[in-house]
Write a protein that binds this ligand. Structure first.
Ligand code: ZN
Ligand code: ZN
Length: 149
């Protein structure tokens, strides 16, 4: 989905459900997905989420926020909001089933089987490959840091 399609989708949904005066904007939060801000009437969607997820996920997320607008600021993920989810046609779930695609920062490789391991944090203690190593630690299978990924 490109940005134009996203804005068209939002406009169509607003028209369909008589949501007036709301705008759609990107924010740069990586850990957030989307949020409806009732004060300025803006639905924020994470640019990162938008760029790393399928059309279905984005569609569902926009509908999720539309349901929030229709349910009103006082109703968060409660039964009233869930009723609106049914009407709008999105999953009545507080959290997306597909987690946001976080970028891994650290890459390690097993010298034996060449399997790559990805982590968010550096591995500080000595670790060996879980596939090759059957004991707690074996130098032969010690994970090697891979740079520049
Ligand atoms: Zn929500
Ligand atoms: Zn291995």
């Amino acid at each position: 989905m490109d940005e134009k399609t996203l804005h068209d989708l939002f406009k169509q949904l607003c028209e369909k459900h008589k949501v007036v005066g709301w705008k759609l904007a990107f924010y740069n939060k990586k850990r957030a997905i989307a949020q409806a801000w009732f004060g300025p009437k803006i639905v924020y969607i994470s640019k990162y989420f938008f760029e790393h997820n399928t059309d279905e996920e984005i569609d569902d997320t926009i509908k999720h926020e539309i349901a929030h607008i229709l349910a009103g600021a006082k109703n968060r993920h409660n039964s009233r909001w869930q009723q609106w989810c049914e009407i709008v046609g999105c999953r009545p779930k507080a959290f997306q089933s597909t987690p946001i695609d976080m970028p891994y920062k650290y890459f390690y490789q097993c010298p034996n089987c060449k399997k790559m391991f990805k982590t968010f944090r550096p591995i500080t203690s000595k670790s060996s490959c879980g596939v090759c190593c059957k004991s707690s630690f074996n130098k032969e299978y010690e994970l090697q840091k891979v740079e520049g990924k």
